[in-house]
Write a new protein. Structure first.
Length: 310
């Protein structure tokens, strides 16, 4: 699956991913009002508003980008209707040719991780029928339980040609409370990265592994170190834009071939119309604002990478 991601990146020239993490406050009033008129101010109405919002952004940006990353929690908060929209979003994006990274951050004991892996990446048997419930291309995984929790995902990656991104150094301010703790003289995130590199050798797809890492844009110095530890792994880089990451901070996340990383922006794109720089588009043209934010992000990262190579 990482080869499909690479193909999409090369086709678009844009090593970025749009995070489809919709809060209801991001959805323009017109869309919410139409959804509520049909389904009431209910979970179904909220989910429908999110679906229409997502569809508008995807339609405006899909030919510019290689991938999207829907965050499951933003859909789960609306219960069963929200998860139905999560699956609809996955399906719609895949039909548009996009790679879908399900930001689910799962990870548990072996049998439970096996069920998560089957539900999100693999398949389940129901009698004589086989179903692929959420069918993302990649998912994010929490490594806290160790190999027991990771192996079921790696097994599905090998069997189904799917991928995972394992949390290594996350972008949130308190990540260092655990991730930066020294163990035998090394920060924990480096030890996790070493395990990711080890797990990744069992799921290669060409020159890169289907087992990647999550390393936040807000920690560029750590990113430089982790790039060396993970030469065969793609790095998913959250934290661009709204959390402070910029293209110049991210050049060391990439390998010399210009590949090896994909940078995520969520609210900086999907809620761009609320940003002063794009406010002139207006609420009704929120998708056009998102498209311009994507174009600006592409230019920023391309420019940084070109400067780095000179």
């Amino acid at each position: 699956m990482v080869q499909k991601l690479i193909e999409n990146i090369k086709k678009t020239g844009a090593p970025i991913v749009v995070g489809l993490d919709p809060m209801l406050d991001y959805v323009p009033d017109r869309i919410k009002n139409e959804a509520f008129a049909e389904y009431g101010e209910t979970l179904k109405g909220a989910a429908e508003a999110v679906w229409q919002f997502n569809k508008g952004i995807v339609d405006a940006t899909y030919e510019l980008i290689p991938a999207v990353k829907p965050q499951a929690a933003m859909y789960e908060q609306f219960g069963v209707p929200g998860m139905e929209v999560f699956e609809r979003t996955v399906s719609y994006c895949q039909k548009k040719g996009l790679v879908v990274i399900g930001d689910v951050k799962r990870g548990d004991i072996g049998s439970t991780s096996g069920a998560y892996a089957a539900g999100h990446l693999g398949s389940v048997a129901v009698g004589s029928n086989i179903f692929e419930p959420f069918h993302e291309d990649f998912v994010t995984v929490n490594p806290y339980l160790g190999t027991d929790g990771i192996k079921p995902f790696v097994d599905v990656c090998k069997e189904q040609n799917k991928g995972i991104f394992i949390l290594v150094k996350t972008s949130n301010p308190s990540s260092g409370e655990f991730q930066d703790r020294l163990i035998d003289g090394k920060p924990l995130y480096e030890l996790v990265a070493e395990k990711v590199a080890e797990w990744g050798t069992d799921a290669m797809d060409g020159e890169y592994s289907n087992v990647g890492a999550v390393v936040g844009a807000t920690y560029p110095e750590q990113g430089k170190v982790l790039r060396k530890i993970l030469p065969l792994s793609f790095i998913l880089v959250p934290g661009y834009g709204a959390q402070g990451g910029r293209g110049k901070d991210l050049v060391h996340y990439f390998n010399e071939d210009g590949l090896g990383a994909i940078v995520n922006s969520s609210r900086g794109i999907i809620a761009a119309y609320k940003n002063e720089a794009y406010r002139h588009f207006g609420e009704d043209n929120y998708a056009d604002a998102s498209r311009q934010a994507v174009l600006d992000m592409i230019e920023d990262i391309r420019g940084a990478l070109c400067t780095q190579r000179q």
